[in-house]
Design a protein around this ligand. Structure first.
Ligand code: TRP
Length: 331
């Protein structure tokens, strides 16, 4: 049997270039490797604690589904689904809660960051913290364990969550006998490097993102707003900058080489940005066309998701039954 690779993305915003480079691109490349069976999903329940309205959830879920497909996910090769359509996930989550020490959740980075921020502003430690945030890692463990996952490709920021899923699997197996495959993270290094327009981490709250499928005009405008140093037009430029990081994403090896030379010789920032726009636009254009198509024909996407959901539930039911037997609620 092939090893299972599984990863999810939560629909909390319009997909941007950082999401593409950090997660989607590599996940799709991995799915082309026939060594594995791949499960890729939209973690809609995970985004509930971050979103304000149901409309946002609907919009971002639709955009994310169309993005996966536009970027080349092949639904015949990958089991592609929405987390919320697999009710076995939340049932398993409850079972897993009972082998998860509270102390483990207290140590989760996201929870600790909220507590820290509260304390710094003199608020109650748990101000604004709901149980969805607190239990987030257990739901993620359920996502992973439900499908007998061996490898979980994620960015560095999710490493701790996968480690927790591994701990939870081990606690369960120890208490009830071997039930779950013990998963392992596969850290995607590149994801750490693609920064936002202003050189800070790409984040909705900084407004420094480039939406992956914005129109050409917007793409051009955003690229021209990338922050650069104050070296004069003819001075040599350092390739150690955000602009060059983007060139490395979108340029062919030859183009990257050429740009390295031109940076050393002293290309103006304006010309460098023009070059980057051409590269990025050429790269993104075919995907953008597919994206716009799927956005307008969402019924097609919907049927692909349903197909994936049917496939996913066959395995989900098997695993859940194993867990239910292990704990003793069924014989
Ligand atoms: N927490 C992940 C993120 O924020 C999304 C996610 C949910 C996930 N469940 C998962 C990733 C299971 C990998 C495996 O990006």
């Amino acid at each position: 049997m092939k090893s299972i690779v599984l990863t999810g993305i939560k629909p909390t915003g319009t997909p941007h270039i950082g999401n593409y480079v950090g997660a989607i691109k590599q996940a799709i490349e991995m799915s082309e490797n026939s060594e594995y069976d791949n499960f890729y999903f939209i973690a809609d329940y995970h985004s509930l604690n971050a979103l304000k309205t149901s409309e946002e959830l609907k919009t971002y879920t639709k955009e994310l589904a169309c993005t996966w497909l536009a970027c080349g996910l092949n639904p015949e090769k990958v089991v592609f689904y929405r987390q919320s359509r697999i009710p076995e996930t939340t049932e398993l989550c409850w079972i897993l809660m009972n082998v998860t020490p509270k102390g483990l959740m207290d140590r989760a980075h996201a929870y600790k960051a909220s507590v820290q921020a509260n304390l710094e502003k003199g608020a109650d430690a748990d101000d604004g913290v709901n149980m969805g945030l607190y239990n987030y890692p257990i739901l993620m463990a359920a996502d992973i364990l439900l499908f007998n996952t061996k490898f979980v490709p994620v960015g560095q920021d999710q490493k701790q969550h996968v480690e927790m899923a591994r701990d939870i699997a081990k606690y369960f197996n120890k208490k009830y006998g071997y039930t779950f495959v013990v998963p392992q993270e596969k850290i995607q290094e590149e994801s750490a490097t693609l920064l936002g327009l202003d050189g800070r981490k790409m984040s909705k709250s900084y407004g420094n993102q480039i939406p992956l499928f914005c129109d050409e005009g917007t793409l051009k405008k955003l690229i021209s707003s990338i922050k650069t140093d104050s070296s004069l037009p003819t001075e040599p430029k350092s390739t150690n900058c955000v602009l060059f990081d983007y060139i490395k994403v979108f340029g062919s090896p030859e183009k990257i080489n050429e740009m390295e030379k031109r940076f050393a010789e002293g290309i103006s920032w304006a010309d460098a940005k023009k070059e980057l726009f051409e590269m990025a636009n050429e790269y993104i254009k075919p995907m953008r066309e597919k994206y716009n198509y799927y956005m307008e024909h969402f019924d097609e996407v919907e049927s692909l998701l349903k197909l994936g959901e049917e496939k996913a539930r066959v395995i989900a039911k098997e695993t859940l039954e194993r867990a239910r037997k292990a704990v003793g609620v069924i014989d």
